[in-house]
Design a binder for this molecule. Structure first.
Ligand code: FAD
Length: 414
């Protein structure tokens, strides 16, 4: 694959852009692979990429029922941070955040990582205590965060209303090197790099069943026929429960729709990400100028993948209180994604009861930020049978009562 560079742009400009190669191939599936990954979202593609890059395993297929990046990876609000409370979470999210810092260079694809800073507002005494505690924990974990006062909040984000009608802003947990990235580009960059290593990304193909012999996986049934494999990675987010059933085991996971919306584009008004957990909403501004607004998750399990009016109303009400400047903006569009929620709000990166099958799911409302770290850990687990980063995230923890409680860090969600 030819490298993208300033010279490549100049060369192609000189010949009317006729020489660009396709970013990834669309191959016919082979009969057998060493590894099949189900799901070409960010986590599935990153797993394939690090299998090739870190472990030299390149006879890999990534099978996607729709188009790559068309699941939650292309539907999220792109917040990247690592200010989690528990040690295993801080380790994997900080690994991911640090990989994001150089991912554009690593993939030779501009993923538009923007470490503009993320603040989580403290609007009650309880939240102040909680975030101070997280800042102390982060200091011990080597994650750079600090608790800042209301004056600093106003300085970093002048459009914020410090004296809100219901809840004043009392401070915030601030992570200066947190931020956002272009979600599609993350999927596209990994896909291009995987294809370049000779891996097959097979789109528009649903995995409908899993074949096993003597307790071991032998391949998958798909809408394009049987595909054999020695190892299988299930990385399908909101459809994890469905895929686990097809593979013959159960997962402690629920699927719900989570939604988001964007406003019409306006001139730059804020250059940080603000999350307001108490009033429940968060906002950042995209490079196009739209205000990107995250809403809540449905209170019941479903696979609807769309928005609903009452969430928009609740979210916008909360944010108008926090940012009165947005009260006259028009909503441009809104959408939903199916997120995979565990009881402790932490992911599962695990072996399963079936030999050769591994699962990566449970990222719920906040897995975009984890994509590089999760792929790194899942690839290591699949290649070597053990990964220090994934060690605490086994599915057995729910049976054994070893929860990694991140319900506070998950907060308003992301
Ligand atoms: C509205 C919203 C806002 C969010 N905001 C943030 C945020 O700001 N920050 C953050 O960190 N996270 C956020 N998230 C969460 C984040 O988007 C997800 O955790 C992450 O994208 C999950 O990636 P994935 O690769 O696991 O799943 P996905 O991207 O959903 O990929 C899974 C893929 O599997 C495919 N698939 C399913 N079943 C099959 C099958 N049987 N055969 C073949 N393919 C199959 C699907 O089509 C899909 O493409 C948000 C999510 C939503 C919905």
């Amino acid at each position: 694959m030819r490298r993208y560079s300033a010279f490549a742009i100049a060369r192609e400009a000189a010949r009317h852009h006729l020489g660009w190669e396709r970013a990834w191939r669309s191959p016919t599936p082979k009969a057998q692979y060493d590894v099949v990954i189900v799901g070409a979202g960010g986590h599935g593609l990153a797993t394939a990429y690090y299998l090739g890059k870190n472990h030299g395993i390149r006879n890999v297929a990534v099978i996607e029922k729709g188009w790559l990046g068309g699941g939650n990876t292309g539907r999220n609000t792109t917040i990247i941070r690592s200010n989690y409370l528990q040690d295993p979470s801080a380790a994997i999210y900080e690994k991911a955040r640090s990989l994001y810092e150089t991912l554009s260079q690593d993939l030779n694809y501009n993923i538009m990582f923007s470490p503009r800073g993320v603040m989580m507002l403290a609007q009650t005494e309880h939240e102040i205590r909680g975030y101070r505690r997280t800042a102390h924990a982060n200091a011990l974990q080597g994650v750079a965060t600090e608790f800042i006062g209301p004056a600093k909040v106003k300085e970093l984000c002048p459009i914020i209303n410090i004296k809100g009608p219901r809840y004043p802003v009392l401070g915030a947990l601030w992570q200066a090197r947190a931020g956002t990235a272009r979600h599609d580009a993350v999927a596209w960059g990994y896909a291009r790099a995987c294809s370049d290593m000779g891996m097959d990304i097979i789109q528009q193909t649903e995995v409908t069943g899993v074949r096993r012999e003597g307790g071991r996986v032998t391949g998958v049934e798909t809408t394009k026929g049987f595909i054999g494999c020695s190892k299988l990675g299930i990385v399908v987010a909101g459809h994890s429960g469905v895929m686990a059933e097809r593979a013959g085991f159960r997962l402690p996971i629920e699927s719900v729709a989570l939604q988001a919306l964007v406003s019409e584009p306006i001139k730059p008004v804020m250059d940080v990400v603000v999350m307001a957990n108490t009033v429940h909403g968060y906002m950042s501004q995209s490079d196009k100028g739209e205000m990107v607004i995250g809403g809540g998750a449905d209170g019941y399990n479903n696979y609807t993948q769309r928005g609903s009016f009452h969430h928009v109303e609740e979210t916008v009400r909360a944010l108008v209180e926090t940012f009165p400047i947005i009260s006259r903006l028009k909503m441009l569009r809104w959408w939903g994604g199916i997120v995979d929620m565990t009881g402790d709000r932490s992911p599962i990166i695990s072996k399963t009861p079936v030999d050769g099958i591994f699962v990566n799911c449970g990222w719920g409302t906040g897995g975009f930020k984890a994509i590089p770290g999760s792929g790194w850990a899942m690839a290591e687990l699949m290649a070597k049978g053990h990964s220090p980063l994934a060690a605490e995230f086994g599915m057995d923890r729910f049976r054994e009562g070893r929860f990694i409680d991140e319900s506070v860090a998950a907060g308003v969600a992301h």
